[in-house]
Write a new protein. Sequence first.
Length: 269
Amino acid sequence: MRKTLIGTLAASALILPALALSAGAVLADEHAIKVGTVAGPETDVMKVAAEIAQREYGLEVEIIEFTDYVTPNAALADGSLDANAYQHEPYMRSMVEDRGYDFAIAGYTFVYPIGAYSDKYDSIEALPEGATIALPNDPSNEGRALILMHNEGLITLDDPTYLEATPLDVTGNPHDFDFREIEAAQLPRVLPDVDMAFINNTFAQPAGLSLDDALIKEGPESPYVNLIVVRGGDEEREAIQQLVSAYQTEEVEAKADELFGPQAVPGWK
């Protein structure tokens, strides 16, 4: 009996510290989160938010950088990230529909207007017949570009309100434009080889392209505000709300203005 009691006490002595460590780990997780961004100036903006989160809330924000638009959502879905901040709602909705992700919007960041750039021409009127037009190959941004072309009278779309339009939805192409679908991150590199390319500000700004020089561009009324996205049910987590509060500050807005100027419009105001 005595040996059994000693054995039980010894086991308890081992289990209790382990439980304490486990509880501490859970608690630590609520004070440290991983956030995915797309490499570039938007990551620099998030770094300011991370500094504010540490200073104001004691929240450690580890930023994980990606070079494409697909992987950050896969990483969020599989639990590798607590949040990501790089996509607008139409893109998120298309990914949710296509891949069955359970995502929620935790907060809003900035509108980064898309623009159409050319190394060869200084106006859309100068584009030749049969011009080669490079489009982002992700569904929502491709539709975004085609809607801009429709609004400029360059093409006609079957439904100009359809946010995921593709060249197959073009019902009128009087200038016989040749559309090329390219991964968004590669568009600045192919710009010299095409007549015009639609490039998101995420990739335009690091390539030295200014929205002021775009042949076509979205205005500040664009509905494509970027988001802080989390898994469904996590949007009310204290750490996530602290991240959102840290992001939606004048310091972050000032950093975005330093990097992008008028090309970054706060989406939370």
